[in-house]
Write a protein that binds this ligand. Structure first.
Ligand code: SF4
Length: 318
């Protein structure tokens, strides 16, 4: 992560992009900094401002335009907070927000305005959340989220997993992460070690939006997880100019399934301020899913869903 691109002007120049993109990129990055790992940028096409991977990370002028109906907390994270760092939106599952750090800054992120500085950091600080989980027998699954939980050290994560496994009513440990796609070397022996040592059933939900993201190194990293018996799911966000084309979504699903990763969700964009230019109309999303169903086996078609603040589950859109 130390080697990641952080300066939008340097990134534009390294990719031979038109200089006209630079002033707005600099300005938009002041609101939400650019952060893109070199491994990921290496999968982009130089000289192409419309590259689907680039679009996910390059700050653009459109982010600065006001958009009615878009907010800083589009899915009600604040209202779902049981205590700092512990969120509950749905029955039987809770989310631990362990860190604000990510392996990439996705321009459309629904938590791009989240006040991470107020969330507890470190094992001692998480004790209160763990006490709440231990006291609530209705919870059987903990989701490690953030930010990206795999930006933390394995020693810390292993200890957290040990403490969670000591809570008798917990059954599953789910991890939401973009790291295996961004920096596949993160799937190392020590991660696999603690993830497979816990008595909790581990599930890893990765986040890939486009087949171009999954190169050989990513495929190998995903294979290492699946080979160790870890259930792997993928969630994508439907993004204008990134994956709102049938061939792209079909190829993404095929690539994932070939790698034994199940396409889980295709999310309608959460209406977060600064991301309006990524929204795909609902009717187009429905049409894409209908067309995907004709080309793919049922298990390879993700569920097209939207998250609504305060709703008891994700809302299926088709
Ligand atoms: S990795 Fe996830 S949490 Fe981090 S910026 Fe991207 S979408 Fe947001």
């Amino acid at each position: 992560m130390r080697d990641a691109w952080r300066d939008p002007v340097q990134l534009c120049r390294a990719l031979s992009l038109p200089a006209r993109l630079e002033p707005a990129a600099r300005q938009a990055a002041r609101l939400f900094p650019l952060f893109a790992p070199r491994e990921y940028v290496a999968r982009m096409r130089p000289g192409d401002p419309l590259d689907p991977l680039l679009r996910q990370v390059l700050p653009l002028a459109q982010e600065l335009e006001p958009a009615p109906g878009y907010s800083t907390d589009p899915v009600g994270d604040r209202a779902a907070t049981r205590q700092p760092g512990l969120l509950q939106k749905y029955d039987s599952r809770v989310l631990l927000l362990l860190t604000g750090a990510c392996a990439v800054h996705c321009r459309y992120c629904f938590r791009r305005h989240f006040p991470y500085s107020q969330t507890p950091h470190g094992l001692e600080a998480w004790e209160g959340a763990l006490d709440q989980i231990a006291a609530d027998r209705s919870i059987d699954e903990v989701i490690l989220s953030g930010g990206d939980p795999l930006t933390l050290a394995d020693s810390q994560l292993a200890e957290l997993a040990r403490q969670l496994a000591a809570i008798p009513h917990l059954r599953r440990l789910r991890i939401h992460t973009r790291l295996p796609v961004m920096i596949p070397a993160r799937v190392n022996a020590s991660l696999l070690g603690w993830l497979t040592a816990t008595r909790l059933t581990p599930l890893v939900v990765i986040h890939a939006n486009h087949p171009q993201e999954i190169d050989d190194a990513v495929a190998t990293a995903l294979g290492r997880l699946v080979d160790r018996g870890i259930v792997l799911l993928n969630q994508s966000v439907l993004l204008a100019g990134v994956n709102d084309q049938l061939e792209v979504l079909v190829e993404l699903s095929r690539r994932l399934v070939d790698l034994r990763v199940m396409p889980y969700y295709l999310h309608q964009l959460d209406r977060v301020s600064g991301a309006a230019h990524f929204e795909v109309p609902l009717a187009r999303g429905v049409q894409l899913i209908q067309q995907m169903r004709r080309q793919l086996p049922g298990y390879a078609v993700p569920r097209y869903v939207r998250e609504r603040a305060g709703a008891p589950s994700k809302e299926p859109l088709y």
